[in-house]
Design a protein around this ligand. Structure first.
Ligand code: GLU
Length: 330
């Protein structure tokens, strides 16, 4: 028998730490109230998977998470992973912005040890809650040698997702997490099974280290529609260093918004054309002459991921070509 892995289970709040008044409260309940030790005590079987230690890092809904929260989570996880008696980490997290925190860790942690971010769509108090099994399975993933070197993973509803691709795609269903190219694998009976690996660079192969990152530049997102007023674009770009323009279809820009966006570039704002569709590639110089306007385009990153990536990119580069290369690489 091989030795059990040492896994740190970190609580940050969310539905997985929620409590409803009655078992039929699957969607109306108080979030971020139960401690991680308390939640873990409901799954004693998890002790057979790994040696477990807990830490309550935050107790907050992930809709509140600012860039400072991201940095705080990343720096603490990094410190814990550096300890010789920690083999991996599970982070219990609200599902609303799990895709952002996980992608941020995927790009900035300098460790090959498994990090699994997990949430639940129903609180532990609800009928057919996914909290206990998701946490149990996430521990199984973090403790398994086949998860080493895959970057940050997100576990939900039997599925192991790469942090790069996964996004929350339902406001209430248990089956809320989707990766456009499918999950990396599954867990069944506490046993992870992988069918593919992330192909884009992450963790040790990126130029960003959580250890040295300071305050992140302000990057905002604007959701496009035909009646969007130019003043709204000007207002949101007034303080930002970067703007993710979640355009219609293939990153399309309404005719009356081209000048406000070009003006933002003249003021030093890095404008990125993305798509509000939720998946697919935005073709550079396709719908718009990006080279002529000094605009960037995402490759296939959805707006929430593009915001994380541009914030990191802007900590090291300002040159258009270098910034564009980041969207092609990560
Ligand atoms: N407020 C919660 C959050 O932290 C709601 C979503 C959830 O955890 O499922 O994101």
């Amino acid at each position: 028998m091989t030795e059990k892995a040492n896994i740190i289970v970190i609580g940050t709040g969310g539905t997985i730490a929620g409590q409803g008044k009655a078992a039929n409260n699957t969607s109306a309940y108080e979030c971020s109230v139960r401690g991680i030790g308390d939640i873990l005590s409901t799954i004693p079987h998890a002790c057979a998977l790994a040696n477990l230690r807990t830490e309550q890092l935050l107790q907050n809904g992930s809709e509140n998470f600012s860039n400072e929260h991201l940095l705080a989570i990343g720096k603490r996880v990094s410190t814990l992973l550096a300890q010789h008696d920690v083999d991996g980490a599970v982070i219990a997290h609200g599902t609303d912005t799990i895709e952002e925190t996980a992608y941020f860790l995927h790009l900035t942690l300098k460790s090959s040890k498994p990090v699994v971010v997990v949430g639940s769509m129903r609180p532990p108090s609800a009928m057919s809650s996914d909290a206990a099994l998701n946490l149990y399975d996430a521990i199984a993933v973090a403790a398994h040698p086949s998860s080493v070197g895959l970057g940050t993973l997100v576990f939900a509803n039997d599925e192991i997702h790469t942090a790069r691709d996964v996004a929350k795609s339902s406001s209430f269903k248990i089956e809320a997490f989707r990766s456009p190219y499918g999950p990396l694998g599954y867990v069944i009976e506490g046993q992870p099974r992988y069918y593919r690996h992330p192909s884009r660079a992450h963790t040790l192969a990126t130029p960003w280290s959580i250890e040295t990152l300071g305050p992140l530049p302000q990057v905002d997102i604007v959701y496009a529609y035909g009646a969007l007023e130019p003043e709204a674009v000007s207002a949101i770009t007034a303080r930002a260093q970067g703007l993710i323009y979640a355009g219609t279809g293939n990153g399309n820009v309404a005719a009356h918004l081209i000048e406000p966006l070009r003006d933002a570039v003249r003021r030093g704002v890095h404008v990125v054309r993305a798509s509000r569709t939720g998946s697919g590639i935005v073709l550079r110089n396709g719908a718009q002459p990006d080279d002529a306007y000094g605009w960037l385009t995402v490759e296939d990153q959805i707006p929430s991921k593009a915001r994380i990536l541009l914030m990191l990119a802007l900590t090291q580069a300002r040159d258009l070509q270098a910034l564009q290369a980041v969207f092609e690489r990560y």
